[in-house]
Design a protein around this ligand. Sequence first.
Ligand code: F3S
Length: 394
Amino acid sequence: MHLTREEERMVSGEQGHATRKAMQILVALGEIYDADRMVRVSSVQVSGVSYKNLGDAGLEFLSDLARDGRARVKTTLNPAGMSLTGWRSQGIEKGFAEKQLKVIEAYRKLGVEISCTCTPYLAGNEPSFGQHIAWGESSAVVYANSVIGARTNREGGPSALAASLTGRTPLYGLHIQENRVPTVAVDVEAQLRQPEDFAAMGYFVGKAVKDGIPYFRGVGRATLEDFKSLSAALASSGGVAMFHFEGLTPESGLGATGLEALTFTKKELAETDSTLNDEGKPDFVSVGCPHCSLTELATLARLLSGRRVKREFWVCCSGEVKRRGDDAGYSRLIERSGAKFALDTCMVVAPVEELGYRVVATNSAKACHYLRNAGLRVRFMPLEECVAEATRSD
Ligand code: F3S
């Protein structure tokens, strides 16, 4: 693998311990994937933030790098295991909170912006078309590659952080144009009316195509929320890192002919909906996976206005989108209903299973997938029904 003189200095240790360690990680990765060289990145998003996933070994790794490491490009974080300011009202244990705050402190020392969100593209970390980036959160990776046209592989926590500390990533995979062409077509015959329908389609297609690049045909329009839900679902049931949407996404002209095709009809839509529903009455309701947009906050404010929630209801979003919701008057209406903002965190990376809940209602196929893996039962329903569920009296 060819390294520039500066990259050689990084790996030799001339630029400090953390830079050397980071460059060693990237060189090893580049060798595994046969990369010829490194490419500069303009934005990083680091996953591996929740203490629930990192544990003490992860905290030690970060503290070691924080001795002399420094982010060289704009870097933000994935959600943490709790709301950084409101963890007490979430019922989080003090011991967990102390460890989580140490993790955040290590990132702060590294010069990382403490913006913990899986929708960085809605909160100030917004790459442009064609830029090379290194993002970790799988749903954001799919969104960035597909909807924005930026270029990133699905980074793990250490490789994304290494990209931040060096400003580089190995040039392989989706950084290379020829690897971004679709591998399978999906003819969409079902009527997709809402983001949850896109989520169900993503869940079905992700399972079928695994790490392929689907090319969706037959849908004339899609909103940001539709694409956000689709991206998350594709990356949870499968290993998808990019999709194309005929006429709607910026690289949809890349070689979409002669592909094998799947069909997604109302039958697959109904079947997928039903596979995402378990038995039981929800005792916890959560929306915002991936983190809510301002449009979703507006919808929630309208639906919750003048009502009271009867069970725990989390609205997961970034601090930045919440601030915009404050300015628009949405946050007040949401909080007045008794719903809680879960800022910097979400129902999956927080230790919800340890808070005593058993059945979670959510509008996210991705959340259903991971909450089930954590031993909870799930109910998948549209946003409006989540609000109805949360405000139901019995
Ligand atoms: Fe985001 Fe948590 Fe879902 S990190 S994509 S809200 S699982």
